[in-house]
Design a protein around this ligand. Structure first.
Ligand SMILES: C[S@@+](CC[C@H](N)C(=O)[O-])C[C@H]1O[C@@H](n2cnc3c(N)ncnc32)[C@H](O)[C@@H]1O
Length: 230
């Protein structure tokens, strides 16, 4: 298996968690349409493509990338323009006016660099986007705390154990689909909003720290950034 999501976990995410940003979709689409002309979205860590598909319905055409082949397969099966790729080493498609990274995508620790991918993506995006270009991302904050949630679906169960050590958050995710068991480990950074803003402004971005995407609150312990290229 490569990527962070096994086929079972990708399916469970697509069935049980793809509504997380439903209430943010209209706001995000409006923000992008008010940005540079000929709006074109690049969704990094697009997962099953739910947001890309909704964005197209709202008149924002775009494309996506995800690390996990299982998610890429689901999104491509929906007819979306999605490729496999890593945020740590991202190429921004020509013509992109807005980038979204929904669901803590840029908080994941990259296996090669051992760091999260916020700054590599922010640098590549700053070079590629036109003036007024936008980047939205939600990130794990310092108040994201240990917990042990469970979730179930028609034929699956999932148990997550979240532990925290300083700025590192580790999720041990156990899935059972029928009689098939699987375990994956996700590691993410816990960032502080003030130092994150400072690092992004040093690249040249105008950075707003948000506690919601418009009317849509974030999950507990997260914060979001809206970056605008001057
Ligand atoms: C919590 S899911 C969110 C998926 C989708 N954006 C959504 O809102 O439903 C996090 C996603 O980030 C992707 N991801 C994590 N690290 C990545 C990386 N380095 N490059 C590309 N995608 C990555 C995962 O494969 C997964 O699809």
């Amino acid at each position: 298996m490569s990527g962070l999501y096994s086929p079972d976990l990708a399916r469970i995410h697509a069935e049980g968690y793809n509504d997380t940003f439903d209430e943010a979709h209209d706001w995000l689409a409006a923000q992008i349409l008010h940005g540079p002309a000929n709006a074109h979205l690049f969704d990094i860590g697009c997962g099953d493509g739910t947001w890309l598909s909704v964005a197209e319905d709202r008149g924002v055409m775009g494309e996506g990338v995800d690390l996990s082949p299982a998610f890429v397969e689901i999104a491509q099966a929906r007819g979306l323009l999605v490729k496999q790729g890593n945020a740590a080493d991202i190429r921004i498609p020509k013509g992109t006016t807005a980038i979204t990274c929904l669901g803590e995508v840029l908080s994941y620790i990259d296996a090669t660099t051992k760091r999260d991918t916020l700054l590599p993506v922010a640098r590549a995006a700053f070079d590629a986007l036109p003036s007024g270009g936008l980047l939205f991302a939600d990130l794990i904050g310092p108040r994201c705390l240990p917990k042990a949630p469970r979730n179930t679906g028609i034929d699956w169960q999932m148990r997550i154990e979240v532990t925290v050590e300083r700025d590192l958050l580790t999720r041990r995710i156990e899935t059972q689909v029928g009689d098939r068991f699987d375990t994956v480990i996700h590691q993410q950074s816990r960032r502080h909003p003030a130092s994150t803003k400072q690092a992004l402004e040093a690249i040249g971005w105008r950075c707003e720290i948000l506690d919601s995407y418009g009317p849509a609150g974030l999950l507990r312990g997260r914060f979001a950034i809206k970056l605008t290229k001057p």
